[in-house]
Design a protein around this ligand. Sequence first.
Ligand code: ARG
Length: 262
Amino acid sequence: MCPPEHFGVLYEINPWMHQEVTVDSARARAQWEGLRSTLEQAGATVETLEPQAGLPDLVFTANAGIVNRGCFVPSRFRHPQRQGEEPQYAAWFRDHRFQVAELPDGIAHEGAGDALPFGNVFLSGYRFRSDAAAHLALSKLTGVAVRPVELADARFYHFDLTFCPLDDRRALVAPHAWDAYGQKVVAAVVPDPFALEPEETATFCANSVVVGSTVVMPSCPPRVGRQLEAWGFDVAVTPVDEFGKAGGACRCLTLALDVSIP
Ligand code: ARG
């Protein structure tokens, strides 16, 4: 995670961002600390990245790159506004002795914001931020099969706003945000999906972090909470709406370092 010292809405690169909206910095800090302590209470260990002036979206560390078994594939951001984050993440992973494997030049991919592990594959959303052309390279670099899913709604521009892996069988899914073929791809990979309605997806409830049996969520619509509890998960809601002003929530504010796909 990266503390929100320099967080703000300073440009508009997704439909949620409006420069005229001001971020309450004290509230953002308190929400970020709340997320951090909720994750720690659920059993996670949190490492931090140094914040940098001029990089307001560096808080969204999910977009740093893709991690698998000590290997790190750095993101290539679509928008110039975020490209300055690339060297910050690269330095952190080099310092922490990850093996760094680079995507070819000229291909955009926004890391764990778009590629999520499920079973022994990555499901990878593309179109708004990541290129379909990244997937072959990604699977070569990580040694993991990549199943592409085309995103269909600009409000849900990153895959992690539309999909939340819960365990080997279950996931929260937002098929309304994918094209028809993408819906089939996910259906073939996920045995027990729970489908969100568009209004539920818009609360960013899929942008949740699972630690053990706890689902750490920015919000939890009643129908979703009932299903998670029926499945035996504990729900921990921790509001991060200051970050919603930039189009992100809990999962975007984190990057899992312990991913291990065989
Ligand atoms: N303002 C950021 C952007 O538009 C938000 C990133 C949210 N990250 C995510 N993994 N969904 O790039």
